[in-house]
Write a protein that binds this ligand. Sequence first.
Ligand code: ATP
Length: 477
Amino acid sequence: MSFKEIVSHAKQYGFVFPSSEIYDGINAIYDYGQYGIYLKNNIKEYWWKSMIQINENIIGLDTSILMHPNIWKASGHVYKFKEIFLYNEETKYSYRLDLFIENYFQEKNIRNKEKNLKNNLIKYIYKKFKENDKEKILRLINKIKSKKNLRKWTKIYEYNLMFKIPLKEHEKKNFYLRPETAQGIFTNFLNVLNTSKMKIPFGIAQIGKVFRKEIIARQFLFRMREFEQMEMQFFIFPNQEKKWLEYWKNNRLKWHLSLGLGEKKYRFYEHEQLAHYAKKAYDIQFKFPFGFKELEGIHSRTNFDLKNHEKYSKKRFRVFDKEKNNFSIPYIIETSVGLDRIFLAVFSSSLKKETIKDTKKERIILKINPALSPIKAAIFPLIQDKRLISLAKEIYKKLKLDFILIYEEKDSIGKRYRRQDAIGTPICVTIDFKTLKDKCVTMRFRDKMLQKRVLIKDLKREIKKETSMKKLFQLLR
Ligand code: ATP
């Protein structure tokens, strides 16, 4: 399905709404709807449990969004979390320089062999920017045909992506809305060390909202100003960096593959241009409807953050290394993924249009892994008959203690199936007149549309078997 159709399905079926829509919306900010929130929470739960429940050496935290302003000085964000933007007079839009160049190479289909070309161009432009030779950059950008031959690139400027909030009226000090969750983990490193049994190597995981002044438009959930990150910081001794970087690269790819979107949708990309805190950085890229783009970052942050927090806070961040018989500041391997980007990956690649064999009619189906499905089963009386309704409601009431369910009696059974297909419900359960006699219901499975009769008393077991997250965890072994 086209990207436009995917975005419109997300809205029409209650997954994602543009924020503040009645006031014409705000660029790059979205709300999750009644089904979207379940899908999002299921992805979150799967990530969270596969970090802290499956690994006995990883614990979780939930730290604040507003933190001491010095944290962002120590982390380097106040001085270095900046991007260069290009302004186009024709569209009246600004574009991030690094993404502009990436798109240019994608548009022109310039292959890997010529990767050096891209890197050299980036290096050249950054060098000229440092030398304040903006004219030269703009001349160059105006010469290359890109962004559907847009011309009139008239400004090049840099700004910090953090949102500032004044601490007090008329005071120069600022709070910042956090642009990553990682700093809440680093600043609690000593608390965790002192209050838990964790010993290096160990990890701290966190899920939370972050904020960045992104100005790119029309990328839906891919690039937002307010989004959620799922980050895990793994603390190691310096000589273990290579081993653990490799370990987490493979572990995270395995996690993504377990969602069943297909191996071909993923690839690794090694960064040449590194963030200010990183020594080595890999992306797991995903084939979104608009091409391969970053889904998750796996970085070696070395001891950059803890060293700087030691300097700024005057607290000691050194840990004794028995093997080396000395104290050292731990190194960190970070895995950082955007929850909203996984949502988009799952949603966009699972939404399909299919022709039904027998009827030749079309159906739209959200073929997601049942463990992630917003609704686990829909309960229907075959028709609006008092006895069927009463039994169906009784079954619904019992099972809703274990699963997120939907009860529906309106419209034909076929229409009800279509509605559930479109939101990804893996099972529909129908109560008919035979049920009144044999205590069996019909279970209908979303993907193959197969049906089977099962005893009412076995329904809980059957739904659990089909929708449990346990199956996903088993794939991680
Ligand atoms: P990009 O190059 O796409 O801007 P990044 O390298 O700045 O991403 P990180 O700072 O490494 O991203 O953040 C970790 C993860 O957070 C990314 O891999 C991505 O999944 C997610 N993420 C980053 N920026 C956004 C955004 N604006 N909207 C949604 N998710 C984001």
